[in-house]
Design a protein around this ligand. Sequence first.
Ligand code: GAR
Length: 201
Amino acid sequence: MLNIVVCVSGGGTNLQAIIDGVKEGSIRNTKIVGVISNNAGAYALTRAEDAGIPAYCVSPKNFENRERFNRAFLAQLEALAPDLIVLAGFLVILPEKMIEVYRNRIINIHPSLIPSFCGTGYYGLKVHEEALARGVKVTGATVHYVDEGTDTGRIIMQKAVEVLDGDTPQVLQRRVMEQAEWVILPKAIDEIASSWEERKE
Ligand code: GAR
């Protein structure tokens, strides 16, 4: 069994896709052992609670400085002992120590076809605003491993999505979520879980 922790900051639709995938069996050999948010108001926390998954908030607002927040965040992760950490709309710069400790065991979903529209400052709706401003006809989403850079880690899976005439950033964001993010993030976890099982055999 692959034990995963999902880190979130907002609505948690990707988290929901993972919860549903585990429940319906499209994500096999996987258990969500916890959800951590940096934001107490994140609806993702409610989604976790509704699914009976332990949910925690570790917010920088509750700590004197970044160093103390980082330590508390790492301690929460350590307590959950995940095999894999999934960043699903987690908008926090990760402590370097976390990347060291969990090297090749952290994955992220990004709402574009990396290397387009990624890197510092590219998150959420901003990514889709830039894609529309550039006039691309195809965009999509990417699941990748997390390293020290921003969106620079090894690519695991990508899926293309058409941009249509008249798209607004919101409409495009929704299409990318429905057609790409909610498909490839669960699929990537399922694949990692199956190679995890094979490694143990
Ligand atoms: C998703 O579109 C995700 O790809 C994006 O934030 C959104 C979170 O939505 N992540 C990034 O932009 C990371 N650079 P959700 O909370 O509904 O899953």
